[in-house]
Design a protein around this ligand. Structure first.
Ligand code: ATP
Length: 271
């Protein structure tokens, strides 16, 4: 895996939030829908996986992989789809989706119904870290996706998934701890956490939660030969998270420059 290529690719996806990519084939478009605890993201790639456009919205309609507000989720996916279609001038007809590892069949169905309700056929349902690995393309090691609500992981051995797991504890928990410490509301805590100028101060407060994430990873990889941990998911944008996880697990921990859009992009690659 070449992190430099991953970084350039994800930068392209991020740029496509603002500017629709020109010179791309608008036929057979691939869509990835990530219905997350914190963000709903739609990534559009062309047939050759070139990033074309991306739309996202902060939303609290999914909790730990469960759609808790079906109508809310449906309305946001419809809105983001319409925005993308307006930008591209074509209808988006199919999409891949992903859920945290171990999500039950019933809960997978509710994710599917949201996307189908928006007018797209669901072509694949993946688990999040496995989807992310379509971008990273690692053969051996563990991909850990720390999103808003959960820490999910997939262990790869010679390119094959041999184990998946998911546990509650994600960025939302960090924000709750920040909110409690500063006596501010959740939304303000989210902003503070993402503000680069505050991150150093905030980091010391959230270290115990990151240690908990590390212990989740450590307990699930025990019994497997794992040399490298690869971090993805919005929460891994935090500077220094990789150092705590490496220290706690004793395993080399790597992350791309921008871990945030890796999973939704990987989902789209499976469409
Ligand atoms: P899940 O996968 O758990 O259902 P999700 O798909 O919404 O959730 P992501 O979109 O990968 O998860 O990440 C969202 C989380 O990442 C939120 O908690 C958000 O606050 C956090 N986050 C996003 N950007 C940053 C940043 N720059 N620094 C710190 N945290 C960030």
């Amino acid at each position: 895996m070449d992190f430099k290529l991953v970084d350039e690719f994800i930068q392209d996806v991020e740029n496509s939030i603002q500017v629709t990519k020109g010179n791309c084939q608008l036929k057979d478009l691939k869509v990835g829908v990530d219905l997350g605890t914190a963000y709903i993201v739609l990534v559009v790639l062309d047939k050759a996986n070139n990033p074309i456009a991306c739309e996202l919205e902060f939303a609290q309609v999914v909790k730990d992989g469960l759609v808790v507000d079906y109508i809310g989720a449906l309305n946001i996916v419809k809105k983001l789809k319409a925005k993308l279609e307006g930008r591209l001038g074509v209808e988006l007809t199919r999409a891949a989706i992903a859920v945290p590892p171990g999500t039950g069949e019933g809960d997978c169905r509710s994710h599917r119904y949201v996307v189908e309700g928006s007018g797209m056929e669901v072509t694949a349902i993946l688990d999040e870290p496995t989807a992310a690995n379509a971008v990273l393309n690692i053969k051996d090691g563990v991909v850990v996706d720390i999103g808003g609500g959960t820490t999910g992981l997939a262990i790869f051995d010679k390119g094959k998934v041999v184990y998946i797991a998911d546990e509650a504890t994600g960025g939302t928990h960090l924000s709750l701890v920040i909110a409690g410490n500063y006596k501010i509301n959740f939304e303000e805590a989210e902003e503070k956490k993402k503000d680069k100028d505050c991150q150093r101060e905030v980091f010391t407060i959230v270290v115990p939660v990151i240690e908990k994430m590390a212990s989740i990873i450590k307990s699930h990889i025990a019994g497997f030969h794992v040399d490298n941990i690869f971090l993805v998911g919005g929460t891994c944008c935090l500077n220094g998270i990789e150092e705590i996880i490496e220290k706690e697990t004793g395993i080399r921990t790597l992350k791309p420059t921008n871990p945030f859009l890796i999973t939704p992009t990987g989902i789209a690659m499976h469409c």
